[in-house]
Design a protein around this ligand. Sequence first.
Ligand code: ADP
Ligand code: MG
Ligand code: MG
Length: 254
Amino acid sequence: MSVLKIEDLQVSVETEQGTKQILRGVDLTIGQGETHAIMGPNGSGKSTLAYAIAGHPKYHVEGGSVTLDGEEMLDLSVDERARAGLFLAMQYPVEIPGVSNANFLRTAKTAIDGAAPPIRSWLKEVDAAMSGLRMDKSFRERNVNEGFSGGEKKRNEILQLELLKPKFAVLDETDSGLDVDALKIVSEGVNRAKEATGMGVLLITHYNRILRYVKPDFVHVFVAGKVAEQGGPELAVRLENEGYDRFLEGSTVG
Ligand code: ADP
Ligand code: MG
Ligand code: MG
């Protein structure tokens, strides 16, 4: 049983006004095969949590730990974390001019597995994943995310997820900006990856609608840099109806 364990995580960033504390002691344990949703207001630090787990250099860890099966991830580089089994689907996927999607995927797969995948089975796998996500074949030769629409970028993140097969995936607002059809297609991709690998998922979202397709086992309310409340799927419904006001009283989010 794989476990991703986040304990008392404290993270700051440097801003023009000085050091800003963003995460204020996050505790979260995700077991293999579990889906945890994180919901919270804008600016509460959800993306910071995602970046800190993945190892973005802008986010300074002031304290706490993130372990995968007991191994400290915070000591590892970004690519070592990926090799250990972590994956981040970014809220705003970056464009990589000059690098084709096909090349990028194969290079990433090779780096993570430690050996290049056999070419014929790999191409079949890429084709199957792309058609599952209703991505035209032309996306293989296009540069990573360059000129992609918002929805196409999100599908491309899930394409990476399905092909790289992490132990734990952090999905940062993968549902934002998707129409109903795209939301369903992307959700099905997440569910296929879950079924294929038994991965654990940390799903950051503002909306209950994705949680109708990707069913969470736990829902965490994230406010002012930490988990303010946890519950089951019913908590997501309540948040959508009632908003975050009740959690914001007395918080320092401005
Ligand atoms: P969320 O994803 O919940 O909307 P973020 O993690 O993106 O929140 O941001 C949390 C807070 O940290 C915000 O006030 C944001 O402006 C600030 N912040 C995040 N990243 C940076 C950065 N690189 N430089 C300065 N401030 C940042
Ligand atoms: Mg936000
Ligand atoms: Mg965010």
